[in-house]
Design a protein around this ligand. Structure first.
Ligand code: C2O
Ligand code: CU
Length: 489
């Protein structure tokens, strides 16, 4: 497919550029607080994958979807060697981590692309505990299936649960109707945003009538109008469609920490467990004042940790695709096996319940940024799509040589003003910001949905020098221009 990526061949930077590739041990260990180091080998390659009765050829880490989880402890050094067996250059971005800038995986800004047939070793200290993930930062490669969880434990956090279940959500396009994400983006740019309606029979592989779990759910208006640009055929939980879900065995009464990760390129999800309240404890890795919810909204790139108590019967963890008649599920089996088809009724039930959103979350005292008024405020106006499917920040498409100037040590406020009719999950690399919220202390996050026609203020401390992207985590919006650089030395 034609490569339409802005990242793949950006204009030569004028003011900024990649740092020297050498890794000084002292710098590497700047934030290491333990003596442990974990080494992993990753291979990005072309793989045949079974989505649950549907075979696809796609791109993955290590031949698995999702890629195998990496698990380390806070303060450890992670040493990850990536070998690129893809037909395109790639990188890895460690989403959400406040790591050293030259390990952030952004072509041109922080490193050169890793060419096919070569490898690159990422080597950095992991500063904070929590639920993270990783993916390429080249074009729309993420949307082919290149993603995996990165779990950072903190043995001292005293969290109270018996077992963990990591669930990675995705929307699925590649390999089903023969198109790949880059082609889709090219079409979007050529034709504007309308790709065809759900159920469009011109799209091979679409046969809603035969697929249990594909009908009946009311379309949600939570995010304003149509939530997505691209028509996906399936959504996945841990690599499976809803009719062939993964099964997690547990005992009644056990407390499970759910670690939910939205790796989808273009789809937000409502997550919940019918009849079982979730106690939400973390968002984007950072603790929140815990609260109960039946359903929570999870934008692209966001994570949510919640604890549930296993009931006496088998229940699904459901993920309802926002604005689409699709859901994915993982069955928590306690007692007799559950029926995947029961998800249909459960999904429509869940879709009527009130939803926990970013505005409902508050950081715990421990991670709340203190007092300071911002030293500098940058307003980022989010607009699009134009006739050419361009998504812009302050009227401009991404230019790696052009960034928002700030200075080290400043308290920085970013005001995201969404002047479009779609929502944008805005992500900041290398930092965890504080959403201002009603009383100035919302959640600490690295990705937050900005609803249509609204503004969202977030504050962060400029305490990790480098060139950091801030962009929409709708991969198509980001690649179509909604991306800029926050830069300081
Ligand atoms: Cu997970 Cu720049 O992204
Ligand atoms: Cu967007």
């Amino acid at each position: 497919a034609a490569c339409t990526s802005r990242n793949a061949s950006p204009p030569a930077p004028t003011r900024i550029g990649p740092k020297a590739p050498s890794i000084a041990a002292a710098e590497r260990n700047r934030r290491a607080t333990s003596r442990r180091s974990t080494s992993v080998s990753l291979e990005a390659g072309v793989t045949d994958i079974d989505l649950g009765g549907i075979q696809v050829k796609t791109w993955t880490y290590g031949g698995e979807l999702p890629g195998k989880e990496i698990r380390v402890r806070r303060g450890d050094v992670l040493n990850a060697q990536l070998s690129n067996k893809l037909p395109q250059p790639t990188t890895i971005h460690w989403h959400g981590l406040a790591l050293r800038n030259d390990m952030d995986g952004v072509p041109v800004l922080t490193q050169s692309e890793i060419k096919p047939g070569t490898s690159f070793t990422y080597d950095f200290a992991v500063p904070d505990a929590g639920t993270y993930w990783f993916h390429p930062h080249v074009g729309t490669q993420l949307d082919r299936g290149l993603y995996a969880p990165l779990i950072v434990e903190d043995p001292a956090d005293g969290a109270d649960y018996d077992t963990e279940l990591v669930i990675v959500l995705d929307d699925w396009l590649d390999g089903i109707d023969g198109r790949d994400p880059d082609t889709v983006l090219a079409e979007l740019k050529k034709n504007g945003m309308v790709m065809g309606e759900p159920g469009d029979s011109s799209m091979p592989g679409m046969d809603h009538g035969d697929m249990p779990g594909m009908g009946g759910m009311p379309q949600s208006k939570l995010l304003g109008g149509d939530a997505g640009d691209v028509t996906y055929q399936y959504v996945l939980a841990n690599g499976r469609i809803s009719t062939a879900p993964r099964v997690f065995r547990a005992r009644p009464g056990q407390r499970i920490r759910l670690r939910l990760i939205n790796a989808a390129a273009d789809t937000a999800f409502r997550v919940g467990v019918p009849g079982v309240p979730m106690t939400v404890t973390h968002t984007d890795g950072f603790p929140v004042v815990s609260q109960q919810a039946d359903v929570a909204l999870l934008g692209m790139g966001e994570r949510l940790d919640a604890i549930i108590t296993v009931p006496n019967s088998t229940v699904p963890v459901l993920a309802l695709a926002e604005g689409r008649d699709l859901y994915a599920q993982v069955l928590i089996q306690s007692g007799r096996p559950g029926d995947p088809a029961a998800g249909d009724a459960a999904a429509s039930q869940l879709s009527t319940l009130p939803v926990l959103t970013v505005n409902d979350l508050k950081a715990t005292d421990q991670v709340t940024l203190r007092d300071n008024a911002p030293d500098v405020t940058h307003t980022l106006v989010l607009e699009g799509p134009g006739a050419k499917y361009d998504w812009t920040i302050n009227g401009n498409a991404y230019d790696p040589a052009d960034g928002l100037p700030i200075q080290s040590g400043q308290r920085v406020r970013l005001r995201f003003e969404n002047k479009s009719e779609m929502f944008h999950p805005m992500h900041l690399h290398g930092h965890t910001f504080q959403v201002l919220g009603k009383d100035g202390r919302g959640a600490r996050k690295d990705t937050a949905i900005v609803m249509p026609g609204t503004a969202l203020d977030v504050d962060f401390n400029a305490d990790n020098p480098g060139q950091w992207l801030t962009h929409c985590h709708n991969i198509y919006h980001g690649e179509a221009g909604m991306m800029t650089v926050v830069s300081y030395v």
